[in-house]
Write a protein that binds this ligand. Structure first.
Ligand code: 4AD
Ligand code: MG
Length: 425
């Protein structure tokens, strides 16, 4: 039978079954009479030990080569692994010249180095782990929403008509939420961010949800916190080794920080309170905190620390700072909208969301203020025909992965990062 490395490693009481395994050689060690290979096929962090006798040519079996191995799965005499594969036949499918191969045997390459090889870096342990976590988290997010997902929002695609890459699926989701009370979308979004920061990409994945008959930010924040905690708990239980590798090698102490986040309730402060807190510490900042101004990265970081390194929701931002669709709080003289951002340790802003302005006249005014009245008649229409209070949010998926794994640079949690002036692959 053909087995994945993962399934081979999990075989209970291996007692000589004949199996075939295929993958890439991660290590070669030759002793007098025997040759030990480790073969990995991406299905797990651990590689499968293959034991070959001296009739196999060790020069052919090189680090990086792809192989098909046939043999018997047996209990391993060593304590380092449960099972090993006694090779009867090893076929080198594609050899690999160590001289030119950018990945060097037994070397731990810095992330910056690996970033130069987007076509090869997924062969390393660390990228393997990150990408397996990425995949688990994707599945966990889908299943978090599954009971409510009946609709997949199609991507925009036109012939001969100017079309744009979307910066957010929100407005389309709002259309859908006029018929289906809970909808979500999860796909690539695009921003022409002229930023070299370690948390901005030009193409990133966003999870967005929209909920109808939702009347307050509390209910929205509950879904946001639920999405974060449920997804993370699922990932931790489905790929513990991969998460552990990232925590141990990349972000020591991250395991405890993450547990702390999962165990406690996320905090909530208003934008106005946030500015007060920041003002008291203004000597720490390059940008002076001021009511009515955007929060800078340094401010977000400070707030998270101030809140005991817990994720913190910041709510009710000045209307002037936010887009036209956010719901007016009617709280003169401050004049805020029912917006919510979630700030998290290590990353800063992870979620952005709001209640949407469902009242025709308010929205009409906001559109006029933004000079968008003409383009958004259809959006205004939604408020004429069976409008309901609703709200939603977007979560940056790469920032989410950075946050749980403790990864410093966003370019390392996506297979092919596209950012300012760079589209290597
Ligand atoms: O705060 P943003 O811009 O919110 C929206 O787009 C709303 N329309 C979402 C909604 O309510 N449906 O983006 C949401 C999140 C941010 O909090 C951040 O995590 C992530 O998307 N994000 C980015 N991630 C990586 N690179 C970028 N350039 C990002 N811009 C935003
Ligand atoms: Mg935002």
């Amino acid at each position: 039978a053909k087995l994945s490395v993962r399934d081979a490693l999990r075989a209970q009481n291996a007692s000589g079954e004949r199996v075939k395994v295929q993958g890439w050689i991660r290590s070669v060690r030759s002793q007098k009479e025997v040759l030990f290979l480790h073969v990995n096929d991406g299905t797990s962090l651990e590689s499968l030990q293959v034991v070959a006798d001296s009739s196999f040519d060790s020069r052919e079996l090189a680090f990086g080569s792809s192989v098909k191995v046939q043999g018997q799965l047996v209990k391993s005499p060593s304590k380092r692994q449960n099972v090993e594969l006694k090779a009867e036949k090893i076929e080198v499918v594609g050899d690999c010249d160590a001289k030119d191969f950018p990945l060097k045997y037994k070397e731990r390459h810095p992330m910056e180095y690996l970033r130069q090889y987007p076509h090869l870096r997924c062969r390393t342990n660390v990228l393997g782990s990150i990408l397996r976590v990425r995949s688990e988290a994707t599945a966990a997010i889908h299943s978090f929403f599954k009971p409510s997902s009946k609709i997949k929002v199609p991507e925009e695609n036109f012939f001969n008509i100017p079309a744009f890459l979307t910066v957010s699926g929100q407005l389309h989701l709002e259309v859908m939420s006029g018929a289906f009370t809970q909808v979500f979308t999860f796909g690539p979004t695009f921003r022409a961010e002229n930023s070299q920061s370690r948390r901005h990409l030009a193409e990133f994945y966003m999870v967005e949800a929209e909920i109808s008959f939702l009347e307050n930010l509390q209910d929205l924040m509950q879904v946001m916190e639920g999405l974060f905690k449920t997804t993370t708990t699922t990932v931790l239980s489905n790929c513990p080794e991969d998460v552990e590798l990232c925590h141990k090698f990349i972000a020591p102490g991250q395991k405890d920080r993450l547990e702390h986040m999962l165990k406690n309730n996320f905090l909530i402060i208003s934008y106005t309170e946030a500015v007060e807190i920041l003002k008291q510490a203004s000597q720490n900042f390059t940008f002076c905190p001021e009511w009515g101004a955007d929060l800078h990265t340094e401010h977000e970081k400070y707030l998270v620390k101030h809140c005991g390194n817990m994720p913190v929701f910041v709510i009710n931002y000045p209307l002037k700072l936010k887009p036209f669709y956010m719901r007016d709080n009617e709280d003169s003289p401050q004049h805020t909208v029912a917006a919510v951002d979630l700030l998290v340790p290590g990353v800063g802003e992870l979620f952005g969301g709001s209640l949407r302005e469902e009242r025709y006249h308010f929205l009409e005014q906001q559109l006029a203020r933004s000079g968008l009245t003409e383009a958004y008649q259809w959006y205004l229409d939604l408020r004429r025909f069976g409008s309901v209070p609703h709200g939603g949010f977007g979560m940056g998926f790469e920032r989410y992965l950075q946050c749980i794994l403790g990864i410093d640079n966003i370019k390392d949690v996506i297979p092919f990062p596209r950012f300012t002036h760079s589209c290597l692959l």
